[in-house]
Write a protein that binds this ligand. Structure first.
Ligand SMILES: *Cc1c(COP(=O)(O)O)cnc(C)c1O
Length: 435
């Protein structure tokens, strides 16, 4: 019996199958170039990470060949006995990792997980509450042209916008409560894409109970911190929790839905399949199982803690150099830099472009009450998860701050970019990607 299921190592009976490099040299060249790009640059996009070779192996496997519509023990196709085991393993590990009773591991992405949750728990036209989208929310939290804004009615709660307030640019829980009491949403959504502070799930649950709403926590960004004990858990407060598996959880691209409520779990399962999706991506579900297994190990707690330490080291070093961070800093894996405090003319778009030329990959991002349009912005979002995976610690994060500052104060000077690029290349050689 074959012991390997990886497609490149199955033993053929006739001529050996050509490797991808030989079968499709053009595609292979692009893939090699991308590997080289990832290896030689600094990945500071807060939603990205580097997965382990074990996760890559599960994704690149013959599991992709199978239709397994349905759930373990209740499939619409024959030949699913091993797929049942694989999906059950992913479910059991997800439940253990987050300390909850039910898990659906089939959503193809975070947005799909959210769509299925809306479909399970709301009717078209129902009202839900979420953060003002331009203050750090996700497009699946009520953007007009997204399913969430087109078929449901979002009302938005704000941040604290008074600069004199001690919680400036943090969630305004009192205003959220007022808004929810007024509009009586059926569901309150918390969890964000560009929010650097701890979320008070208990406080949101109290608001939900007071106005008779369900609480949905979308922990797409912070799931790895939750799993590793570096951010409070949404359980037992949230009725339902959605997440991606590819951000701080450091798994394959995908989604996950969790709950402790059996009735909600049944509705979620139906909404994912057959409500939203057809056949599950079984190679990705296998990779999720590998990811959850990795995240259950003690080393992952160390990783999660280091992600926060590294973000705070970068935040402190940038602040020292005269950059303003929204809300004054970070409690988690990311920060939003308000570039105007350093240079009134500097835009997020320019910063992103200049940094990329030097080998520092980040993204422009609107800041609360940003006067510039979304394609320009006054902010830059920076995150520590990927660099922490490479083994960076606080001293390297301080170096990163120095490089960012040199590039941003050079007005895009090519000589400075080349110099910084060279120094980054030397450092990345000492911190290889997971291998
Ligand atoms: C990234 C993200 C998602 C969507 O994930 P995709 O896998 O890109 O669909 C959903 N919610 C939040 C808060 C996110 O940050």
């Amino acid at each position: 019996m074959a012991t390997q299921v990886h497609s490149s190592s199955t033993a053929p009976t006739s001529a050996p199958a050509p490797t991808l490099a030989a079968a499709d040299p053009e595609l292979w060249r692009y893939m090699q170039a991308e590997l080289e790009r990832q290896d030689s640059t600094l990945e500071l996009i807060a939603s990205e990470n580097h997965v382990s070779p074990a996760i890559l192996q599960a994704m690149g496997s013959v599991l992709t060949n199978k239709y397994a519509e349905g759930y373990p023990g209740a499939r619409y196709y024959g030949g699913c006995q091993f797929h049942d085991k694989i999906e059950q393993l992913a479910i059991d590990r997800a439940k253990q990792l987050f300390g909850c009773k039910f898990a659906n591991v089939q959503p193809h992405s975070g947005a799909q997980a959210n769509a299925a949750t809306f479909m399970a728990l709301l009717n078209a036209g129902d009202t839900f509450a979420s953060l003002v989208l331009s203050d750090g929310g996700h497009l699946s939290h009520g953007m007009k042209i997204n399913f969430s804004g087109k078929y449901f009615k979002p009302v938005h709660y704000p941040l604290v916008y008074d600069a004199a307030h001690p919680r400036f640019e943090q969630i305004d829980y009192d205003a959220a409560r007022q808004l929810c009491l007024e509009h009586k949403p059926k569901m309150i959504l918390c969890g964000y894409s560009a929010y650097p502070r701890t979320i008070d799930f208990a406080r949101f649950r109290a608001i939900a109970d007071e106005c008779g709403a369900l609480l949905m926590a979308d922990i797409a960004h912070i799931a790895g911190l939750v799993a590793g004990g570096a951010h409070p858990s949404p359980f037992p407060h949230a009725h339902v929790v959605t997440t991606t598996t590819h951000k701080t959880l450091r798994g394959p691209r995908g989604g996950l839905i969790l709950t402790n409520d059996e009735e909600i779990a049944k509705k979620i399962d139906k909404a994912v399949f057959p409500g939203m999706q057809g056949g599950p991506l079984m190679h990705i579900i296998a990779a999720k199982a590998v990811c959850f297994g990795e995240d259950l190990k003690p080393e992952f707690k160390e990783y999660a803690k280091q992600v926060v330490v590294n973000a705070q080291a970068l935040a402190a070093a940038l602040t020292e150099k005269g950059y303003r961070l929204t809300s004054g800093g970070t409690d988690n894996h990311l920060m939003l830099v308000d570039l105007r405090a350093k240079d009134a003319n500097l835009t997020g778009a320019d910063a992103e472009k200049w940094l990329e030329a030097a080998g520092i990959i980040s993204n422009k991002n609107g800041i609360p009450n940003d006067p510039r349009p979304p394609k320009v912005t006054s902010g830059l979002r920076l995150g520590s998860p990927a660099l922490t995976t490479r083994g960076f610690k606080a001293p390297q994060m301080k170096l990163v701050a120095t490089w960012i500052d040199r590039v941003l104060t050079s007005a895009g000077d090519a000589k400075v970019a080349t110099q910084v690029r060279g120094e980054i290349l030397a450092l990345t050689k000492q911190f290889p990607l997971p291998h």
